[in-house]
Design a protein around this ligand. Sequence first.
Ligand code: FPP
Length: 225
Amino acid sequence: MNKLKHIAFIMDGNGRWAKVRNKSRTYGHSQGIKNLLEIVQCCIEKEIEQVSFFAFSMENWKRGKEEVNFLLNLLLKNLNGKLLNKMEDLGIVGKWIGFENNLPRTLVTTLKKIESQSSKFEKKIQVNLFFNYSGTLEILEALKDAQLDKEKMKPVEEYLITHSLLPIDLLIRTSGEQRLSNFCLFNLAYSEIIFEPKYWPDYNRETLLDNIEQYYQRDRRFGKA
Ligand code: FPP
């Protein structure tokens, strides 16, 4: 049995969740942020070492300005002292995975501050927030950096911004869509994948426990017979 150490989520379906309730897409996102803590707490109970959330891709800039600004502000609003206290209480070390391109300066500094302050907490879990991230750009940038650095001869993957993360054991994408959407391509090489039909705002502890059970029923062979 392969211990589940790292779970990643593609949190999809906020817009459709809102639409069936005759609400705006932004309302869907504000509901979508509410279950994050419950999910992280459940991961801590299950002794999962890392949990990753894909919250904003570089392709998401193509959405309407109002929605993009809402998502940027939603994140900024939640990155505050109260969050840091909660992270310290629960033993959450936070890591931001993404590119600075186009992000407001205040958001970048706040993300970095949370990352550096939480790195001193007594760690029970590492939470990776993928925000303004692109899997293909990450690989391109790694190749460029390796080329510049070629006398050092480090393996190319060491230049990836996701290099320090554990490989993803289980990827869960909500809302029934069945694609990777340019998420964390390198670390997904041997991941188990669950396409969960629920929309993200309906995803809860019970769904997670069920998904974890499904993971443990799988036979991971990593190429062996
Ligand atoms: C995908 O649903 C969701 C997103 C692009 C944003 C994810 C954001 C959250 C879950 C809220 C947490 C946010 C932060 C900033 C931490 P969709 O909009 O693609 O839904 P649809 O496919 O039904 O249109």
